[in-house]
Design a protein around this ligand. Structure first.
Ligand SMILES: C[S@@+](CC[C@H](N)C(=O)[O-])C[C@H]1O[C@@H](n2cnc3c(N)ncnc32)[C@H](O)[C@@H]1O
Length: 252
């Protein structure tokens, strides 16, 4: 039987509260994912004086980067109170100065903020239980002409696993079933993710009204966090053979 969406969200919230320390210094802007990808693409044409919302802001490292580059204001949204706590600690001065506003909420729920120039998201959107709602919300948060840039695990990367010295297609690319990760990261907690096909992401974005102006599948730039063990999910060996991440650039 399928897990009800409220249970998925509540399990994922508990999970992120328990694993957030493991991700505190994971990929954040100017990178858009593991292995230093995306920084060289200069996807945000101008940060100075612009307003941003980050979906799934996690530990707030990307927010700090945007502030250091003179963004006018940055809103950060995340499901996990623990992540919001860490993002608040990391951006305390900017919050006191009214430049950073953090909101603990699930991305599927609409929040009330001023229209922004950019919505960004680094490795968070794929956690959603309702992408239609999320993209419709994001569209509504943007100013006319505003840009939404987001990254996530490449759809093919998740289907291929290392076994006996080689890479094998372990899951059917065509199946978009939710995956339940029991005892994820060995923290005794359950996480749920639905991996979606690339064509599904294109369709969902277009249905929400976005004009897709860029789609990137970057090759790895560097080895990060000791991911040189081929058995690891994010292994450099695997990332050299197939795209680990995709990045969409969409305009309202
Ligand atoms: C891989 S982390 C990325 C964090 C951050 N962007 C970074 O690069 O450090 C994914 C984040 O998505 C958040 N998240 C998961 N499901 C969510 C949901 N339904 N609504 C809002 N945030 C969610 C998690 O709490 C977590 O902080």
């Amino acid at each position: 039987m399928d897990t009800p969406t409220e249970k998925i969200v509540s399990d994922n919230q508990k999970t992120w509260n328990l694993v957030c320390d493991l991700f505190a210094d994971a990929s954040a802007l100017p990178d858009w994912g593991p292995f230093g990808i995306g920084a060289d693409l200069d996807l945000i044409p101008e940060i100075k004086g612009k307003t941003f919302l980050e979906i799934g802001c996690g530990s707030g490292r990307s927010i700090k980067y945007l502030m250091q580059e003179d963004a006018e204001r940055v809103y950060g949204l995340d499901l996990s109170p623990k992540q919001i706590e860490e993002a608040s600690r990391y951006n305390r001065q900017e919050i006191e100065d009214g430049k950073v506003v953090l909101i603990q909420s699930q991305m599927e729920n609409k929040i009330d903020i001023e229209p922004v120039d950019f919505v960004i998201s680094v490795y968070a959107i794929g956690w959603t239980v309702a992408p239609e709602k999320v993209f419709s919300n994001i569209y509504s948060y943007l100013k006319p002409g505003g840009v939404f840039i987001w990254s996530w695990d490449h759809s093919i990367f998740t289907d291929i696993e290392y076994k006996d010295g080689g890479y094998y297609i372990e899951h059917s690319y065509h199946e978009e079933k939710p995956v339940t990760l029991i005892d994820w990261k060995k923290r005794g907690t359950t996480a749920h993710i639905t991996y979606r096909k690339t064509s599904t992401w294109f369709r969902l974005l277009r249905d929400a009204g976005f004009n897709i102006i860029g789609y990137h599948e970057p090759a790895p730039k560097n080895l990060n966090r000791g991911h040189d063990d081929p058995e690891k999910y994010y292994s450099i060996q695997k990332a050299k053979k197939m795209p680990c991440s995709f990045i969409f650039v969409c305009q309202k």
